[in-house]
Design a protein around this ligand. Structure first.
Ligand SMILES: Nc1ncnc2c1ncn2[C@@H]1O[C@H](COP(=O)(O)OP(=O)(O)OP(=O)(O)O)[C@@H](O)[C@H]1O
Length: 294
């Protein structure tokens, strides 16, 4: 079952198309990585899914319904974003109390464990937390809410490397016990690569990749060797990137079957490299078409 379905969603801010005909389906009980460069449209898409903004055109269904002013849908959705604003006098414990009222699956005991894990003092005013503690408070609410659709918009921004790993570990462990649909927007692709089941890559408001992460991991290969031999081999494959290294040529290709080619080196390409190369390739195509600025 799909928890989210968007069809041709476009969002315009004046001349800027933050989203440009986005059609995606996000399957239930799956961890989705929402990836893309700064300004690609990730936050805009998550805001539209959580009824914090409207699409200019296109249709949006969350749990089969339009999310706007829809209490049934919104009680099943938790959106954790970096720029969360809390009332001035709110302490951590007040935010947790509000979350308990909001989310039917809220788990108090789990929230208390997470507070200790991330060393967030429950009596502290939210406005007096360090940046990392504030990020952690958002992460704690997102995890303990156990909302059937949970969206994390770059939850790591203030977290140090140890706290980020803690987040990934807790997320995976809790997800195993309480499967739900998670959307994780992030730039740290290597860090989440083993975590995500499905990838949506946005660039300039368009979907460049919408695919199973496992299939993407084996999708691209870097082929290096004498330029003419590499050129001959690469003909007919989709080329994502090329670079000259001395007298050699290295091209990143997608959809290459594993077969021996004497004199050529084959290296697997990480998910992060695939995402970077695909985005660069799209950027170059836009530039060539004279559409590089929106
Ligand atoms: N309220 C707004 N008014 C005008 N333009 C906006 C507004 N919100 C977003 N945009 C523009 O829409 C585009 C997409 O922004 P969005 O915040 O969705 O990107 P993002 O992928 O989340 O980026 P980042 O990774 O930097 O957070 C950008 O060009 C941004 O400047």
């Amino acid at each position: 079952m799909n928890v989210v379905r968007t069809t041709g969603v476009t969002k315009r801010f004046g001349a800027v198309a933050a989203l440009d005909g986005v059609s995606v389906e996000l399957a239930e009980n799956t961890i989705h990585g929402l990836l893309g460069r700064n300004g690609a449209g990730k936050t805009t898409l998550m805001k539209i899914l959580t009824a914090q903004d409207f699409a200019t055109s296109g249709t949006v269904a969350v749990f089969g319904q339009h999310p706007y002013e829809n209490a049934d849908v919104l009680s099943r959705v938790c959106f954790v974003k970096e720029s969360q604003h809390y009332p001035e006098k709110f302490r951590v414990k007040h935010a947790l109390r509000a979350a308990r009222l909001l989310y039917p699956n809220w788990d108090d005991a789990y929230a208390a464990t997470l507070l200790a894990d991330f060393a967030v003092p429950p009596d502290q005013l939210l406005g007096k937390l360090s940046r990392g503690q504030l990020s952690a408070a958002g992460v704690i609410i997102g995890l303990a809410a156990r909302a059937p659709l949970t969206l994390f918009d770059e939850p790591y921004l203030g977290l140090d490397a140890v706290a980020r790993q803690l987040f990934y570990d807790r997320l995976l462990a809790d997800y195993a016990e309480h499967p739900r649909t998670i959307v994780l927007s992030t730039h740290l692709i290597d860090e989440v690569s083993a975590l995500i089941d499905h990838v949506v890559l946005l660039d300039h408001g368009k979907v460049l990749i919408d695919a199973d992460a496992e299939s993407l991991r084996g999708e691209a290969v870097a082929v290096t060797g004498p330029a003419d031999a590499v050129e001959r081999f690469a003909a007919g494959y989709r080329e994502l990137h090329r670079e000259r290294i001395g007298g050699s040529l290295r091209v990143t290709l997608s959809g290459v079957p594993r077969r021996p080619a004497p004199g050529l080196d084959f290296e697997p390409v990480s998910l992060q490299q695939l995402i970077i190369r695909t985005t660069q390739h799209h950027g170059a195509a836009l530039m060539a078409a004279g559409k590089e600025s929106r």
